[in-house]
Every structure is written in structure tokens, then in C-alpha cells.
Design a protein around this ligand. Structure first.
Ligand SMILES: *Cc1c(COP(=O)(O)O)cnc(C)c1O
Length: 365
């Protein structure tokens, strides 16, 4: 039996996806690959809920975040980075690295971003061109109210750039209806595909920004991606095996039906939280109303060495959970429940936790 891999990516892959990865190579400039690309792109547009462009980049999710910045902005542009955790901070760092003038609006970890606070900044600082949001903050297990946040940014006519890496395909995100200009996701999260591909949508407004954007870019140039997509190709050699896998993963999701997929994530996340609470554990998010449907963050109980707990779970119970990131290292642990996941998987995680906790210093709950 393989271990229970319950981290928020890479996630377990279905057998049909793994089998697709083993296929012989084909010409990435040939007709057969073109058909794969066409099908994958068409299916992704549905899942992104967009009529805009969608590109599949050979990179991890962070590459898509970088692409969203360098294709829409120029050095010196004012950018508002709204952060509720370590991935929000990363988005700000990428923009800074390319010379954007980044203003940070940080919220306490474990909380949602407040749309009114965003509105106050946008009102005060008219020069801001773009706002960076994280839809689902994987480091804290909190999902932002992206619809409300994007609405505020649109009121002030800002570009809306979104890290939806651990939400899209698992949690509802209406790219066009909510007014999101660039939305990023990655294959190894809810898509049930190995790491290596990032998918990104580009709106009309983002293309207008692209025409003026002067940040240096080459590999991640959306213009080149658009030109090659017309020929059903990618500008550079793509991760062909991952494309095969993505096609199968998308077919699997479509077969289940996206409303069912999203309902399953909601249901299973509630089951994960209820199981944790039944053991006596405390959730990290300040309110369960915005606890994530794809990752549950749990406080390390008093007296328990979280690093040791994760080690015991891995070595003795074959259950792999994630630790805390950044300032939460050693303080929390996280259960990934996105992509290929059932209630039974969460029951196994809960049983392992219940059994392992006393051996790593848990007194009584
Ligand atoms: C996983 C993740 C990333 C980083 O993606 P990589 O594929 O590791 O580059 C960024 N943001 C969020 C919210 C994530 O969950």
C-alpha cells in the first residue's frame, strides 16, 4: 500500500492519469499533440469559467504567478499585494523582484482579507494599477471571499491578479463573472496530475495591460503563448507526459461534473474538521466560516512536538501530512484534501492522529 499522501500538493493521482504519463513521446509540433492541446485548453476554459484565453505553461504554480506579473506590469508600477499568509507574501515578493512598487496589505494569519480595508487603500492611493489576491491561502487553510475582493478592485478599475493554485478545480471561482484578469493554478493540486504544469487565464483587460507592460520576460511571454496556441502548439517544448496526464485528469473531473467535484470538496473538508474537533484538536483559522475546502490547518496541541508528530505519522502510520510554513513552522500541521480524496481517506488520517498523538506528548484532551 502506498502511503496516505495528504499534503496540499502534490496530490495522489488516479491510475488512469499515471498510466497516461507512461505513454510513448510524440512530436510536440505534430497533429496529435495539437489535438491534446486543443482538448485540454477547451476543457480548462470551462473549469476557469472564462471565455478569455487559457494557457498551459510548463512550470510549477509559482511560474504562473511570475507570468501574471511580468506580462501585465512595468517596473515602478504601483501594486497592492493583499496577503493573508505565506503564499500572499510570495506574490508580493515576485512583484518586488521585477521592480514593481509594492504596497502590502497584510492580514493576521488565520483570517480572511477584508474587502473594506482593500477599498480604503484603493481610495487613498489612486496610482495603484493592479491588486494581487490569493484565493485559497494554503499556508493557513483560509479561503478568501474572492468575489467580494475582486468586486472592490473592479470598482476602482484595477487589474485583478489571482493565485488560485490550490482552489481552482476544487472550489468555485468564476473568472469572468467576478472580473479576474489573470488567474493561476498548478497541475499538482486539485487537478490530480503530477507537478510540472501551470494553467493561467488572461482577460481582455489583461491583454490591454500586456500591450504596455515593460517588465523583462521571455519564457513566460503570453504573446508568444497566444501566437503558438493558434497553431495548437506551445512556444517551447512542453512537458508532453504531463499534458497526456492533464487530459485524462480533466476528463475524470468532467465525468464527475464540476458541481459534484466542488460539493465533494466542501463535504470532505467539513468531515476533516469535524474529525479533528472530535479528537479535541483546534483549527487554525479564526472562523470556520472561511476554513478552506482543500486544506485543513490545525493547531499543534499543547505539549506536542509537531515535527515529531509528522514524523511518527509518516514512519509508523504511513500517513503524510504537511507542517506549517514560515512563521507557522512547528506550530500547526495541515491536511490536504484536494483532488483524489474521499471521506474514507479522512477517516484514516483521523485514526492515525488519534493513535499517534499520545505517543508524542499529548496529555489528555
Ligand atoms: C502550491 C501553491 C503555490 C506554489 O506552487 P508551486 O507549484 O509550488 O510553485 C502558490 N500558491 C498557492 C496558494 C499554493 O497552494
Amino acid at each position: 500500500m502506498p502511503p496516505q499522501l495528504r499534503i496540499p500538493g502534490p496530490t495522489p493521482c488516479p491510475d488512469d492519469v499515471l498510466k497516461a504519463m507512461g505513454r510513448q513521446m510524440i512530436d510536440h509540433r505534430g497533429k496529435e499533440f495539437g489535438e491534446v492541446m486543443y482538448r485540454v485548453t477547451t476543457s480548462l476554459k470551462e473549469m476557469f469559467q472564462t471565455k478569455g484565453d487559457v494557457f498551459v505553461l510548463t512550470t510549477s504554480g509559482t511560474g504562473a504567478m511570475e507570468a501574471s506579473i511580468v506580462n501585465t506590469l512595468s517596473p515602478g508600477d504601483k501594486v497592492l499585494a493583499v496577503s493573508i499568509g505565506s503564499f500572499g507574501d510570495r506574490y508580493a515578493d515576485i512583484a518586488k523582484a521585477y521592480g514593481a512598487d509594492v504596497q502590502c496589505l497584510n492580514f493576521e494569519w488565520g483570517h480572511q482579507a477584508d474587502p473594506d480595508a482593500v477599498r480604503r487603500v484603493l481610495k487613498d492611493v489612486p496610482a495603484i494599477k493592479a491588486v494581487l489576491f490569493t484565493h485559497n491561502e494554503t499556508s493557513t487553510g483560509v479561503t478568501n471571499d474572492l468575489q467580494s475582493l475582486a468586486k472592490v478592485a473592479r470598482e476602482y478599475d484595477k487589474l485583478v491578479l489571482v493565485d488560485a493554485i490550490s482552489s481552482l478545480g476544487s472550489i468555485n471561482l468564476e473568472t469572468d463573472a467576478w472580473g479576474c484578469d489573470v488567474v493561476c493554478t498548478g497541475s499538482q493540486k486539485g487537478w490530480m496530475v503530477p507537478p510540472g504544469l501551470a494553467m493561467v487565464s488572461v482577460s481582455q483587460k489583461a491583454w490591454q495591460a500586456y500591450e504596455k507592460a515593460k517588465m523583462p520576460r521571455y519564457y513566460f511571454d503570453f504573446g508568444k503563448a497566444r501566437k503558438y496556441l493558434e497553431k495548437k502548439q506551445t512556444p517551447w517544448t512542453p512537458a508532453v507526459s504531463q499534458f497526456f496526464a492533464l487530459q485524462v485528469g480533466l476528463d475524470d473531473l468532467a465525468k464527475e461534473g464540476m458541481p459534484n467535484v466542488m460539493a465533494r470538496h466542501k463535504r470532505i473538508s467539513k468531515h476533516a474538521r469535524d474529525s479533528a474537533k472530535a479528537i479535541g484538536l483546534k483549527l487554525f483559522p479564526a472562523s470556520e466560516t472561511y476554513a478552506s475546502a482543500t486544506v485543513t490547518a490545525i493547531n499543534g496541541p499543547d505539549g506536542v512536538n509537531v515535527v515529531k508528530l509528522l514524523q511518527v505519522l509518516r514512519d509508523e502510520y504511513k500517513v503524510v501530512l504537511a507542517g506549517g510554513q514560515g512563521k507557522l513552522e512547528g506550530k500547526i500541521f495541515r491536511i490536504g484534501h484536494l483532488g483524489l480524496v474521499t471521506e474514507k481517506d479522512m477517516d484514516e488520517v483521523a485514526a492515525a492522529l488519534r493513535s499517534a498523538l499520545p505517543s508524542v506528548g499529548l496529555k489528555a484532551l
